[in-house]
Design a protein around this ligand. Structure first.
Ligand code: FUB
Length: 468
């Protein structure tokens, strides 16, 4: 089982599982290009270099921050040790912020870094997660806190917020300032959080699981309603929504609505049917820049399945009566909002799709793209070059002999706009810049950075930028 990130594991020629997955992804994409006319736009799932699960999006300061779980490679259970953060301003190019929260953040937790959610309040970010408590062996809810949406997160209490023995906390702050924490499988619980967000008043109570509220399940006397797990509660146009994973197994996504945060709930039907090669699914719903977005997970990546899942996203529109239409999984995903500015510094780990690369922490605290082999590539969607670009510059480092960065437009074999040479720098974190002339890059294009060279890992890339 490959771990990630893997500092210090610079073994030339070692090819971890993600590379095999990436190779399959290339083959899959190549097949898609051969059989499908028009531009290849298979950018969903939105992360390819690690498996991700249980999406929890948060809109903050003009970006979507996406908090996910992380399925380990080759997993045969929900073997999850850490959580991940990604962000995007345009819904297609996602920046990898690494893992600012893991089981080790909670000294009292032993396993199962499962589905959580982050909310912003008091100029802080609170991340509620279910984990197994070492002392009891029971699932408990922990809360971590940070000053920034990308962390670092620290254990807010040094102990569980609640010993629930049930999973999947979701948090919702109503217009009157009252915060609610919901969770549960097989029950659906709630508790009112205090304004400090790390304590609560009273005792957790059950939301009645009635068939009127949560639909009718057949064939399971212990679970008469469709509610299974993964609640996601929000309010829109005065209506309260509770979206959840329904039935088992395989799950589909359903929802209920209510006039208040505690009900009474009315079952409204299917949001996303059972599909996608994972027997679980998990909802996250936001409005962003005038559009509505539904996040979920599936088993769509090579090697993917019920324990090797990937987060994906679809754009949708509420019907005029505020009901949610049925949303199906696509490989295209959401359309891009606006364009990407190639004339400002872009982090190399801002990616629409990739093949073969991984990311890692830099010595200066950010992230870089590393573990690059000959033929690996990164796609960045919709870069607006306007009248044209003159040069391409990238920050690079290499403890090996380096290689080349081919700057291509619109596909891995598209127009070669420039080629930069990367030399050895004496260390994987010894950074320098390389620049090269660019021709023919005007208007708006997808940019493909294709990496070439000899065998073994070639070089790392921290950031890149074009000049006009
Ligand atoms: O990811 C582990 C568990 O699988 C989550 O807590 C559930 O919602 C299901 O997605």
């Amino acid at each position: 089982m490959a771990t990630f990130p893997r500092p210090g594991r610079r073994v030339s020629g070692a090819r971890p599982a993600p590379r095999f997955r990436a190779l399959l992804a290339v083959l899959g994409l190549a097949l898609l290009v051969l059989v499908a006319p028009g531009p290849a736009r298979a950018d969903n799932p939105i992360v390819q270099h690690v498996y991700t699960a249980d999406p929890a999006p948060l809109v903050y300061n003009g970006r979507v921050y996406l908090y996910t779980g992380h399925d380990e490679d080759n997993s045969t259970y929900f073997t999850m040790k850490d959580w991940r953060v990604w962000s995007s301003a345009d819904m297609v190019n996602w920046t990898d912020h690494g893992s600012p929260l893991s089981l080790s953040t909670f000294s009292w937790a032993s396993a199962n870094a499962w589905a959580g959610q982050v909310v912003q309040r008091n100029n802080k970010f609170y991340w509620y997660v279910p984990v197994t408590a070492r002392a009891t062996g029971r699932m408990s809810i922990g809360v971590a806190v940070a000053d920034s949406p990308t962390g670092p997160f620290r254990d807010a209490l040094g102990r569980p917020l609640a010993d629930t023995n049930e999973i999947d906390p979701t948090v919702f702050i109503d217009d009157d300032g009252q915060a609610y924490l919901y969770w549960g499988n097989p029950n659906l619980w709630y508790v009112k959080l205090n304004p400090d967000m790390i304590s609560y008043a009273g005792s957790p109570a059950k939301i009645p699981l009635t068939t009127a509220g949560f639909g009718t399940r057949t064939g399971d006397a212990n679970r008469p309603t469709l509610y299974e797990e993964g609640p996601w509660v929000y309010k829109r146009n005065g209506l309260y929504y509770l979206v959840f994973a329904a039935k088992c197994c395989s799950e589909f996504i359903a929802y209920s609505t209510a006039p208040g945060p505690l009900g009474p709930w009315t079952y409204r039907g299917t949001v996303m049917p059972t599909q996608g090669g994972s027997f679980t699914n998990h909802p996250g719903v936001i409005d962003f820049q005038g559009g509505s977005y539904f996040f979920y997970h599936n088993g769509a990546l090579p090697g993917g399945g019920g324990y090797t899942r990937s987060v994906a996203v679809e754009k949708f529109s509420y019907r005029s009566d505020n009901t949610i239409p049925t949303i199906t999984m696509t490989t295209a995903g959401a359309p891009q909002i606006g364009t990407l500015d190639p004339f400002v510094r872009q982090e190399a780990e801002t990616i629409a799709y990739e093949s073969g690369i991984e990311t890692e922490s830099t010595s200066t605290g950010g992230r870089d793209v590393g573990f690059i082999d000959n033929g690996d590539w990164i796609k960045v969607r919709g870069a607006a070059f306007g009248a044209g670009a003159r040069t391409f510059t990238a920050a690079v480092a290499s403890a090996a002999g380096g290689g080349k960065i081919e700057v291509r437009l619109d596909s891995t074999t598209g127009q070669l706009a420039g080629t930069c040479t990367v030399g050895g720098t004496g260390g994987w974190q010894n950074w320098t810049t390389t620049s090269c002339p660019v021709t023919g890059a005007s208007g708006t294009h997808d940019v493909y950075l294709r990496f070439t060279g000899g065998s073994g890992y070639l070089f790392n890339v921290d950031w890149w930028q074009f000049t006009a």
